[in-house]
Design a protein around this ligand. Structure first.
Ligand SMILES: *Cc1c(COP(=O)(O)O)cnc(C)c1O
Length: 428
């Protein structure tokens, strides 16, 4: 695609965009002056689908009218409520229905999955994460190590970019696996790194690790709903993600998790159990003696948080309609256009895109390293009606999402960025 830096070109792209009507399915946050924000923060908290209210009202009114009977008699019975999400969730991450379940929150799921899949022994107990892993993931693995009697100093390997570089090289991950594989029990990486926006080759890294009998888990917080995933085919052991980012299900929304088919029906795998993971046909006999459901549902602890799941259903309905193939196709154009426009900024504006330039190695987010006045530029952007975010020490993350962002917004954003950044340069 040959991009052009003009208002008319951006508008033309929007006119030719077969997904443009999806924007109307969302509430875009509004500025005090009544205009919509240019909302590039769907990687942090997605916009609210307009249908969320209807989905929630259905459950509120059934609760109002039916009380406890709603577990069976609600229009969408609450007892099996999580099952309404299975098909779309499986489709979203490239899984079999038996491999996915929606439950809890992301960090909770990471812990539960590590209980099952981080099984350290004397000679093999180390965990590999990214050196700039999301803090919650780092806390989770450190506490898992300690729980098993290892210190993070002896048990945690943080894979980092080379000196003077920002991205982790896949060849370095591969070299680490070859060299230290025998001592590594678990590799847990972010599918898309939250900071740099780097998308790892999940299939390749998983396969390399398996050659050394290492368990591989993926945190897909920034990948689910952003990039194409084929977790079953790639033989990923387990994965977890939240659904308030690209999945637009609201603050603190219920999370997702994936456990590969080869593990779901293995009763030898230890787990922390709860009644909702118990065989459905005998659950309400209220007997003791845990018999896990032989699918990912067997990892559930508690009955379904129906309101949170109702919001997620509203959002997944939109993903089902749009389809990840079409969404990623638009996403590549939208982010490609953003990249093109950023590259055409004058050299006097000191900004560096640290996200990989290869569209196959990123999702929709571009991370911009600022060299001077970064925080002030970010504040000025916000004042000008743009919502993107600031990540210490020096990065502005910008995520145009294909469901509700437009080419015009991308163009306008870069115009404003140029004005704002030039002002700071001139006032030095
Ligand atoms: C957003 C995010 C989290 C947040 O964890 P919660 O348990 O949902 O609060 C954790 N890890 C990564 C990589 C994230 O991007």
């Amino acid at each position: 695609m040959k991009f052009e830096n003009s208002y008319l070109f951006a508008k033309q792209m929007d006119q030719n965009d077969s997904l443009s009507h999806f924007r109307n399915r969302f509430h875009i946050p509004v500025r005090p002056n009544g205009d919509s924000f240019i909302y590039f923060c769907g990687n942090s908290l997605g916009c609210q689908p307009r249908s969320v209210r209807r989905f929630l009202e259905t459950e509120l009114s059934d609760w109002e009218k039916l009380g406890v009977e709603g577990h069976f008699l609600a229009r969408n019975p609450w007892m099996p409520y999580h099952e309404f999400l299975t098909t779309s969730t499986a489709q979203l991450v490239g899984a079999l229905p038996e491999e996915v379940v929606v439950m809890n929150s992301l960090t909770t799921n990471l812990h539960l999955l590590m209980v099952s899949f981080y099984r350290p022994v004397k000679t093999r107990f180390k965990i590999v994460i990214e050196s700039d892993a999301f803090p919650s993931d780092a806390y989770a693995v450190e506490s898992q190590l300690k729980f098993h009697g290892y210190s993070p100093e002896e048990g945690l390997i943080k894979i980092s970019p080379r000196e003077g570089e920002t991205l982790i090289r896949e060849e370095d991950i591969s070299a680490l696996i070859k060299k230290e594989g025998k001592s590594i029990a678990l590799i847990l990486l972010g599918g898309v790194n939250y900071y740099t926006g780097q998308l790892f080759d999940i299939k390749k890294i998983t396969a390399l690790a398996h050659q050394k009998d290492i368990m591989v888990g993926w945190d897909l917080a920034h990948a689910a709903g952003n990039v194409i995933l084929k977790l079953h085919e790639w033989e990923v052991d387990f994965a977890a993600w939240c659904s308030y980012k690209y999945l637009n299900s609201g603050p603190g929304a219920v999370a997702g998790c994936f456990i590969h088919q080869k593990h779901v029906n293995n009763p030898e795998i230890p787990r922390f159990a709860g009644w909702w993971g118990h065989d459905k046909s005998t659950r309400f006999k209220m007997e003791h003696g845990f018999q896990p459901i032989p699918t990912a549902e067997g990892w559930q602890l508690s009955n379904a948080p129906v309101f949170s799941m109702a919001a997620l259903r509203a959002s997944m309905e939109i993903f089902d309609e749009a389809g990840m193939e079409a969404l990623t196709e638009k996403s590549k154009l939208l982010t490609g256009y953003l990249e093109f426009l950023l590259k055409s900024l004058p050299d006097s504006i000191p900004l560096e895109i640290i996200t990989p330039a290869n569209p196959e190695e990123r999702g929709c987010q571009l991370s911009l390293r600022t060299f001077e006045n970064g925080k002030k530029i970010h504040e000025a952007l916000t004042d000008s009606g743009i919502i993107c975010d600031w990540r210490e020490p020096d990065v502005i993350r910008v995520a145009p999402v294909p469901l509700y962002n437009t080419f015009w917004e991308v163009w306008k954003f870069v115009q404003i960025l140029k004005t704002v950044a030039t002002d700071f340069q001139e006032n030095e």
